[in-house]
Write a protein that binds this ligand. Structure first.
Ligand SMILES: C[S@@+](CC[C@H](N)C(=O)[O-])C[C@H]1O[C@@H](n2cnc3c(N)ncnc32)[C@H](O)[C@@H]1O
Length: 313
C-alpha cells in the first residue's frame, strides 16, 4: 500500500471539458476512471448528468477512487473499456451521451512500488493493471525469446537499442531470473551506450518499461476491441473522446475516426457509391490536441498526451 496520499494530475482537462460531453447529455461513461479526476471536472461542468458509468481494470484504484471522487451518480465497474457494451444493461442504460478514454497508467499505479510499473522504485516485476490476470512482466522478461523481446521493445517502446537490451536480458536471466524492477532497470541501463544516455533527457529504462507494460496489459488489442463497439454504445449526438500517449495508439484512434467520418469505401474511380456505407462520426478535432507548455511544465506526463474527439451522427 502507498504511504503518502496518491495523486494524479488529469491531462488535457480543458480539452476534455470542451469535447468530452454534449451540453444536454445525461449519461457519461469514463472508461479509464483512475482516481476520477476527469469525471469530477465533467460533473462540475455538466450538472445535468444523472449517471456516470465508471470503469477501470484496476480494482485497487477503483476502490481508492471512492475517496478522491465521491458522488452518488457514479456507478463503478471493474472491467475493460471494451466491456462497456456488456456493462450498459448492468447500469440500466441502453446508450451513453459521452465516452472518455484516457489510456495508460495513473500516477497512483506508478507511485506504488509493489505494482512494479516504475523503474525508479524497487519492486516486483509485475505491471498488471488487473491483478486477477496471471501474466506478469516477470513472466515476459524471463521467458520471451530474443526476437519477441526485440519486437516489443522496438514496436511499443521505439527503443533504438532493442537488440542489445534483449541480449543483455537473456544473458542476465541465464545467471539468475530477473525478479525486480531495479535489477531490470540496471540491466537496461548498462546495455545502452554511455554517449546515448548522456544525450537523453529521459531515464534509459523508460522506453523498455513502457513497451513491457503495453505487452503485459495487451493495451493495443484492448483499444482495438473497444473501438469496434464504441459507436454502438453512443446515443446520436454523443461524444467520443480519447487521450492516448503513444503513436501506435494514436494511429489506431485517428484511422478509426477518419474511417467513420468518411463512410463510403468505394474506390475513388466509382462514379456513384456502391457500398452504401454512410459516415457515422463527425470529427470535433481535425488534428490531435496536445498539452500546452504550461501544462507540460506542471505535469511532464502530459508531454506525450494527445486527444481526439468525435460526435456520433
Ligand atoms: C491515465 S489513468 C486515468 C486517469 C483519470 N482519467 C483521471 O483523471 O484520474 C488510466 C487508468 O485507466 C485504467 N485503464 C487503462 N487501460 C484500460 C482499459 N483498457 N480498460 C479499463 N481501464 C483501463 C488504468 O488502470 C488507470 O487507472
Amino acid at each position: 500500500m502507498i504511504e503518502t496520499t496518491p495523486q494524479h494530475l488529469s491531462v488535457l482537462l480543458n480539452a476534455v471539458l470542451q469535447y468530452g460531453f454534449p451540453d444536454d447529455g445525461k449519461v457519461f461513461a469514463d472508461l479509464t476512471f483512475g482516481l476520477g479526476g476527469h469525471t469530477k471536472a465533467i460533473l462540475e461542468r455538466f450538472p445535468t448528468i444523472r449517471k456516470v458509468i465508471a470503469i477501470d481494470r484496476d480494482a485497487e484504484i477503483l476502490e481508492h477512487s471512492c475517496k478522491t471522487c465521491d458522488d452518488q451518480r457514479i456507478f463503478r465497474f471493474q472491467a475493460n473499456a471494451s466491456d462497456l457494451k456488456a456493462i450498459l444493461p448492468l447500469a440500466r442504460e441502453n446508450f451513453v451521451d459521452g465516452i472518455l478514454v484516457d489510456l495508460g497508467v495513473s500516477s497512483y499505479q506508478l507511485d506504488n512500488p509493489e505494482r512494479g510499473f516504475s523503474f525508479t522504485r524497487p519492486g516486483p516485476l509485475d505491471m498488471r493493471m488487473n491483478t486477477d490476470q496471471s501474466f506478469t512482466a516477470d513472466e515476459l522478461v524471463n521467458s520471451y525469446e530474443k526476437q519477441n523481446l526485440v519486437k516489443i521493445f522496438r514496436d511499443f517502446g521505439e527503443e533504438k537499442f532493442s537488440g542489445r537490451i534483449a541480449d543483455a536480458i537473456i544473458r542476465e536471466r541465464e545467471k539468475e531470473p530477473i525478479k525486480t524492477t531495479d535489477r531490470l532497470a540496471a540491466i537496461i541501463s548498462a546495455a545502452i551506450p554511455a554517449q546515448s544516455k548522456a544525450n537523453s533527457a529521459i531515464h534509459p529504462a523508460t522506453r523498455v518499461f513502457q513497451a513491457i507494460r503495453i505487452e503485459v496489459n495487451r493495451e493495443l488489442e484492448e483499444l482495438e476491441k473497444f473501438l469496434d463497439s464504441a459507436i454502438s454504445c453512443l446515443n446520436p449526438g454523443g461524444h467520443l473522446c480519447i487521450i492516448s500517449f503513444h503513436s501506435l495508439e494514436d494511429r489506431l484512434v485517428k484511422n478509426f475516426m477518419q474511417k467513420h467520418h468518411k463512410g463510403c469505401i468505394c474506390p475513388p474511380n466509382f462514379p456513384v457509391c456502391n457500398c452504401g456505407i454512410k459516415p457515422d462520426l463527425e470529427l470535433l478535432t481535425r488534428k490531435a490536441i496536445f498539452a500546452e507548455d504550461q501544462e507540460i511544465a506542471a505535469n511532464p506526463r502530459s508531454r506525450s498526451a494527445r486527444l481526439r474527439a468525435a460526435r456520433k451522427i
